[in-house]
Design a protein. Structure first.
Ligand code: ADP
Length: 179
């Protein structure tokens, strides 16, 4: 978890490589669908460009499909998902059908000013100032209910400040996860 521009993708890739597990980013999958002009991409386009969330059923469909091709062992890393309580509930159903459970959530925090600075120089299509602001607002509104839901279900939550040296942040995450 983390706001846009927190470095979830960067840290997620390092962590997945280190653990030898696949990483699924709902944002990457959606952007690919958009590039390919698939029906799902077209459906998601308006929401993505406006900085809004893509509907839960679309997202759960994506994740369900991605995991279909995945062995249960040794696991996988999810990046940018779940973002809502409904998605968390959907994930928990998917996992229990597979006889799996969530080991941990890595919750990355970065101050808003730093995010604005990072994203205004990144130049992705949805990185326009207004869209960034909206994505931050949406993230801010959804974050706490999601963390509360996971805290109630007893999942380990690792909180990380996503500012500073990339390798140091990764080392901190590995340490917290006891890896
Ligand atoms: P960021 O975290 O920078 O917003 P992502 O690449 O994770 O970037 O997501 C880009 C966009 O894709 C989001 O703004 C949203 O519209 C959509 N999206 C990605 N993941 C989800 C999700 N789990 N639920 C709803 N929408 C999502």
């Amino acid at each position: 978890m983390g706001p846009p521009g927190a470095g979830k993708g960067t840290q997620g890739e390092l962590l997945a490589r280190r653990l030898g597990i696949p990483r699924y980013s709902t944002g990457d999958i959606l952007r690919q669908a958009l590039r390919e002009g698939t029906p799902m991409g077209l459906e998601a386009k308006r929401n993505m460009h406006a900085g809004e969330l893509v509907p839960d059923d679309v997202i759960l469909g994506i994740v369900g499909e991605a995991l279909e091709h995945e062995d249960s062992e040794p696991g996988f890393l999810l990046d940018g998902f779940p973002r809502t309580v409904a998605q968390a509930e959907g994930l928990s159903r998917l996992l229990s059908d597979r006889g799996q459970q969530l080991d941990a959530i890595v919750d990355m925090s970065v101050p808003d000013e730093e995010i604005m600075k990072r994203l205004s120089t990144r130049g992705r299509k949805d990185d326009l100032l207004e869209t960034i602001k909206r994505r931050l607002e949406v993230y801010g509104a959804k974050k706490q209910p999601l963390l509360d839901w996971y805290a109630n279900s007893g999942v380990r939550i690792v909180s990380v400040m996503g500012v500073g040296d990339i390798d140091e942040i990764q080392a901190y995450i590995l340490d917290c996860l006891s890896l």
